[in-house]
Write a protein that binds this ligand. Structure first.
Ligand SMILES: Cc1ncc(COP(=O)(O)O)c(C=O)c1O
Length: 381
């Protein structure tokens, strides 16, 4: 039998059949009423998802393009920017701002730790910043940061809060307006269950003021150009029409399940995965208080390379797990549980992991990880 592929990586994630079906429909022209109606529908759904009254712009690009749009349109060369760096994606945001000529101060944290709020508060008291760059769900370390509290700190300052929520929107609560997020960026291929190719971002009135004064050169990622088009429910350049159609259906699925239920499902999947790994004697990377509901990083057994374990799991069971990045390479593997993922997916993955650990010569009591996850799913833990 041809092996089934199961994507348990933090993007791209599995695409539901109804989303795939929507993307396979005959294309519509992007300068038509039909497309305008589609973009208008997406607007109202995305506003609800982002928790914002502001327009949510959809760019045809991956998430990094959305991050670039956020920086290029607000940060001028020489502006002071504070980057909160607790992993690879925090680093990326900082280097992006450097590429646009910003004077970037970084506040760095150990990989596996959350951004410490007291340190952010101290830095904001010490200096004047044009912007603070933060990562909501740091996919590389599987830690979720407290953006609500970071927003409470930046709100009283002149700094704009730019948030990379690429791997969280659709799987973890976020409220752009209430939390004081000036630009919130996400992407299609993670919790939103759509293939890669769309970045979405909301822009606060305060951020628009900065956009109007921005001096960095930009063209494809020009937010004023996007603003001009969105009035007509359109985009300045040819959008990835099929992905827009897929997103329309994916957002319907999210709202049909209910936002609170979607967030709870992710929490439960994370708790079950964590319990299973712990029962197998493996150590999750993130402390429980800041563990991501979307992806769980696990340290490989001391004497084993995490990538060897991943190789067995994918070769034998078609389950693709993510490796560790940078300093975590070979030491950590990551199990994503974002988007179109349910309890059965996780139980199967945990069972496959048990067999793979045994194949690799590790001591395993078969069923111990699965039982720990079952207890979580049964509400006994
Ligand atoms: C937290 C975070 N930020 C940014 C990105 C980059 O997004 P993309 O690969 O879509 O450009 C990712 C992708 O893995 C991510 O997880």
């Amino acid at each position: 039998m041809a092996k089934k592929t199961r994507l348990l990586i933090p993007g791209p994630t599995p695409v539901p059949p109804s989303v795939a079906e929507a993307m396979a429909r005959p294309l519509i022209g992007h300068r038509t009423q039909d497309f305008g109606d589609l973009y208008a529908r997406l607007q109202s759904k995305l506003k609800k998802l982002f928790g914002t009254a502001n327009d949510v712009h959809i760019l045809t690009s991956s998430g990094t393009g959305g991050m670039e749009a956020a920086v290029a349109n607000t940060v001028n060369p020489g502006d002071r920017v504070l980057a909160l760096v607790a992993g690879k994606f925090g680093e990326r945001f900082a280097s992006l701002a450097r590429a646009y000529g910003a004077e970037v101060d970084t506040l760095e944290f150990e990989w596996g730790e959350a951004v410490a709020l007291d340190q952010v508060g101290e830095r904001l008291n010490q200096g004047k910043y044009k912007a603070v760059l933060a990562t909501h769900n740091e996919t590389s370390t599987t830690v979720i940061n407290d953006i609500r509290s970071i927003g409470a700190l930046t709100r009283g300052t002149e700094a704009l809060l730019l948030v990379d929520a690429v791997s969280s929107v659709g799987g973890a609560e976020i409220k752009a307006d209430e939390w004081g997020i000036d630009i919130l960026v996400t992407a299609s291929q993670k919790a939103l269950m759509v293939p890669p190719g769309l970045a979405m971002l909301s822009v606060s009135p305060r951020a628009w003021e900065a956009v109007s004064r921005a001096q960095s050169p930009r063209y494809y990622f020009s937010l004023p150009a996007a603003k001009k088009s969105i009035i007509k429910h359109n985009t300045p350049y040819t959008p990835a029409v099929s992905l827009f159609a897929g997103l329309d259906v994916a957002l319907d699925m999210i709202f049909a399940e209910g936002l609170a239920q979607v967030y709870q499902r992710h929490q439960t999947l994370a708790a079950a995965t964590r319990a299973a790994m712990t029962a197998l004697g493996l150590k999750p990377v993130a402390p429980e208080v800041c563990a991501s509901p979307l992806v769980t990083g696990v340290r490989a057994p001391e004497e084993m390379n995490a990538d060897d374990l991943r190789r067995i799991v994918v070769q034998e069971y078609g389950i693709l797990l993510a490796g560790g990045q940078d300093r975590f390479k070979g030491r950590v593997f990551r199990i994503a549980h974002m988007g179109y993922v349910d309890a059965v997916d996780m139980l199967g993955t945990i069972a496959a992991m048990e067999i793979s650990l045994a194949r690799a010569g590790q001591p395993v009591r078969f069923g111990s990880g699965v039982a720990a996850a079952q207890a979580v799913f049964a509400g006994r833990k």
